[in-house]
Design a protein around this ligand. Structure first.
Ligand code: NAD
Ligand code: MG
Length: 383
């Protein structure tokens, strides 16, 4: 029986993780849950899963939860409480499923406590990839990817990396794949969040529409698999059935396929190196006879190009790209900027923010704070 802590339990990945756990009650026990402010949802999860701890980062939400929490569930509040459950001695595995840079501190806590960290929070790696990978080695933590593309590559590399030439991440292309660049200026947050294949949180849905999601994933792949940018390619595959490719020097190409349902990757991160039922239906390839693969249009999906160049520039560039993206996506979701302003905000922030060496968690946090200030002033000056 493995004790699981889920950070970001009320979100799309958090709830899918709880669904996989429900299908395997003899293998996994929910030890602790965290969320930002949705205490009503957390209350229903506490009633169903009876964790030892429930953390609400927002203190008012914690106070509300405290009034109604079932007996045996200890309610805690704040970021430090989240780090506490991520590194608790009774936690075996930690699902890092907070959205954005807010997930870094607890991911780092879990890694330095030597846990198995099931990593959905790709922003952690974009912000502090070298720090996390080195800390995982130092403290004996396992970083298992949950992002479907990285899970696919991780699965393809189980026999080793001998002769590995390059990896190719598949991308759905998002809801605007077939729209012309000039028509994207007027699209709404609702249109951007209507992803054709995956049901996800709002931030990653907008990232998928701009293809910044794939840009962040290129950076994520760089740190997870130790590959340089030129050996990480992106191909658009609108059906989201093939979840990425690994190319080898002998001409072989390995891939992992499945229906677009995150429970497969979540289940693999939980059960690795074994496999357990995830609740995902079998794939029937006779019903999938139109699988397409298309090169991405880097002019239309400027964010993807910005992510590649930030990776090549190194040091704080990917972290600054991430900070600017989080600020720009929030502004877009609040109708303060247009869809195409997302990439221009990021581009200007990257030009204005100094490049720094980030070798401690504090320096990463400080760079994040300063880059957000630059991005906010870019938005204000263009309003
Ligand atoms: P979501 O918006 O549905 O859920 C986010 C969760 O994080 C919620 O539980 C929320 O309470 C919590 N949270 C938000 N801000 C917080 C803060 N400041 N402090 C603590 N908790 C906070 O997001 P999601 O779609 O589940 O995505 C979560 C992560 O997984 C993201 O990094 C995303 O890129 C990644 N991911 C998601 C999918 C997917 O299919 N949804 C696929 C691959 C990767
Ligand atoms: Mg992905």
């Amino acid at each position: 029986m493995k004790n699981i802590s889920i950070l970001g339990a009320t979100g799309s990945i958090g709830l899918s993780t709880l669904n996989v756990i429900s299908s395997n009650p003899d293998k996994y026990k929910v030890f602790a849950l965290s969320a930002k402010s949705n205490w009503e949802k957390m209350l229903s999860l506490c009633t169903e899963f009876k964790p030892s701890y429930a953390v609400m980062v927002d203190p008012d939400a914690a106070a509300e939860l405290q009034k109604l929490a079932p007996e045996g569930v200890e309610v805690l509040s704040g970021i430090s409480a989240q780090n506490f459950i991520a590194s608790h001695k009774n936690t075996d595995y930690v699902m890092a499923a907070i959205v954005g840079s807010a997930g870094l501190a607890s991911t780092f806590s879990a890694v330095t406590a030597g846990k198995r960290v099931m990593l959905a929070n790709k922003e952690s790696l974009v912000l502090a990839g070298s720090l996390l990978i080195n800390a995982a080695k130092k403290y004996g933590a396992q970083l298992i990817p949950v992002d479907s593309e990285h899970s696919a590559i991780f699965q393809c590399l189980q026999a080793g990396t001998s002769g590995l030439k390059k990896v190719q991440l598949t991308a759905s292309g998002g809801p605007f794949l077939n729209k012309k660049l000039h028509s994207l200026g007027k699209v709404t947050p609702e249109q951007a969040c209507a992803h054709p294949n995956w049901k996800m949180g709002k931030k990653i849905s907008v990232d998928s529409a701009t293809m910044m999601n794939k840009g962040l994933e290129v950076i994520e792949a760089h740190f997870l698999f130790g590959l340089p940018a030129q050996h990480i390619e992106v191909v658009i595959h609108p059906q989201s059935i093939v979840h990425s490719f690994a190319y080898f020097t002998d001409g072989s190409v390995l891939s992992q396929l499945g229906l677009p349902d995150m429970r497969s990757a979540i289940s693999y991160a939980l059960s690795f190196p074994e496999r357990h039922p995830s609740g995902v239906e079998d794939l029937d390839l006779t019903k999938q006879n139109d699988l397409e693969f298309i090169a991405p249009d880097m002019q239309k999906f400027k964010c993807l190009e910005l992510a590649y160049s930030s990776l090549k520039n190194g040091d704080s560039s990917p972290a600054t790209l991430n900070a600017a993206n989080e600020i720009a996506v929030e502004a877009f979701l609040e109708n303060r900027i247009g869809f195409l302003d997302i990439s221009s905000t990021i581009e200007k922030t990257l030009l204005e923010a100094p490049i720094r060496v980030l070798d401690t968690l504090d320096s990463v946090m400080e760079n994040d704070r300063l880059s957000r200030q630059v991005a906010n002033s870019v938005i204000e000056s263009s309003a």
